[in-house]
Design a protein around this ligand. Structure first.
Ligand code: NDP
Length: 367
């Protein structure tokens, strides 16, 4: 069993620290006494965050980084060495999505997305693993996956593919490191839908603004999972029973989940607001930074029972029941309404009409 350092003795590298989950994690980690190396492309946001943390008595170093560039990532690791003599946990959090029909999204956009969402994780994981193996003291690699890395969704095809690749990479890396008796804990975090500017930063091919519509978890729940994994060697942490329900449903009834996704993922990802992503999309340029939350619609949860259960096994049964209820809600809604022509809608390149009653219905769902 790998023995990790207490948080207050740790140096942590966080990619994607300028916004959303990374920003919340950095602030929460600083409050626990973690010394931080902060990475993202938005240099102003990173400096502002580091100043804020240092002013409040913490220690943080900003390192403007494009995670899709190996040289940038090597410089990030070197800065952690030069500033703090090394690091104890490395969080591969930076990521971005593309919303659009799979047959429409350009290959150039897909490749840039993979550079960030997949290759950034590979570069970061390897640099961290090599560091922990060379120094011979335990460390944690924490990769941020997605519910869509367990089960693909319509509309975000390239993102689903990149997150499946992250899941596969993380599991394979864990086995190779264990076989080598390396003192490294490898954790995959599986967030459900989280309230961050993720959708505003995405590249969007639709005329409607994309958002989460339905049950939404706070970024603090993911930060809590990340900090737990930095201290405890844990294989997987699901954030939200929603994430677990999608994973289990996809594994045991894949065709049914196709129908669930086709039925609900258009209505629960496309709003009736006009898209703003042309101004805010961050696929090729830094996103607007220093915002923890986005513009989602639905039931905002205050925490994740699944994360609490991971930290406290006595709650695990309750969380399993929660995931079961979430899955049953999906299936029963599907059987009441029948499968619809989501696939037919998807085959049209024109805007997809959003029916208010569908949105209303979807917002009560657990997805
Ligand atoms: P945000 O858009 O708020 O944050 C994304 C972060 O990634 C930003 O700090 C951004 O900084 C950084 N980033 C993007 N591209 C690059 C790049 N090329 N190089 C360096 N940094 C980059 O979204 P979230 O906080 O929600 O996303 C964090 C992680 O959580 C992602 O991996 C995402 O896929 C995952 N996730 C999110 C979910 C959600 O519902 N929000 C659900 C499941 C998983 P900058 O633009 O300054 O470079």
């Amino acid at each position: 069993m790998v023995k990790l350092q207490p948080l207050k003795q740790q140096v942590m590298v966080i990619t994607g620290a300028s916004s959303g989950i990374g920003l919340v994690t950095a602030r929460m980690a600083a409050r626990h006494g973690v010394r931080l190396v902060l990475a993202a492309r938005n240099s102003d946001a990173l400096h502002q965050l580091a100043d804020e943390i240092n002013r409040e008595g913490g220690q943080a170093v900003p390192v403007p980084t494009d995670v899709g560039k190996l040289r940038d990532m090597e410089r990030l690791a070197e800065t952690a060495m030069n500033s703090f003599g090394g690091f104890d946990s490395w969080v591969n959090n930076a990521g971005i999505s593309i919303f659009g029909p799979a047959y429409e999204v350009s290959i150039e956009d897909m490749e840039r997305m993979f550079a960030t969402t997949f290759w950034g994780v590979v570069y970061g994981s390897r640099l961290a693993a090599q560091h922990f193996m060379q120094r011979g003291r335990a460390g944690a690699i924490i990769n941020i996956g997605s519910l869509f890395g367990d089960r693909a969704t319509a509309i975000q095809s390239t993102y689903s593919a990149a997150k499946h690749a992250v899941h596969g990479w993380t599991d394979a890396l864990r086995m190779d490191l264990e076989a080598a008796h390396a003192p490294v804990s490898v954790t995959l975090i599986h967030p459900g839908r989280i309230d961050t500017p993720y959708n505003e930063h995405a590249r969007n091919y639709y005329p409607q603004q994309v958002a989460h519509i339905g049950m939404i978890y706070p970024p603090e729940a993911v930060a809590e999972a990340i900090l737990y994994a930095a201290e405890h060697p844990v294989r997987d942490v699901f954030v939200g029973s929603q994430a677990k329900a999608v994973a289990v449903g996809g594994a045991i009834a894949p065709r049914l989940m196709d129908k669930v996704m086709e039925r609900y993922m258009f209505a629960t990802q496309l709003t009736d607001r006009p898209a703003i992503n042309d101004q805010t999309n961050a696929l090729y340029r830094p996103g607007y930074g220093m915002q923890e939350r986005g513009s989602h619609e639905g039931w905002h949860r205050s925490s994740s029972m699944y994360v609490k259960a991971t930290k406290n096994p006595a709650l695990a049964t309750l969380a399993t029941v929660g995931a079961g209820v979430a899955l049953l809600a999906l299936i029963s809604n599907l059987s009441q309404n029948g499968s619809t022509d989501g696939a037919t809608q998807a085959s049209k390149v024109e805007p997809i009409p959003i029916h208010h009653e569908e949105q209303e219905q979807a917002s009560h769902l657990t997805l």
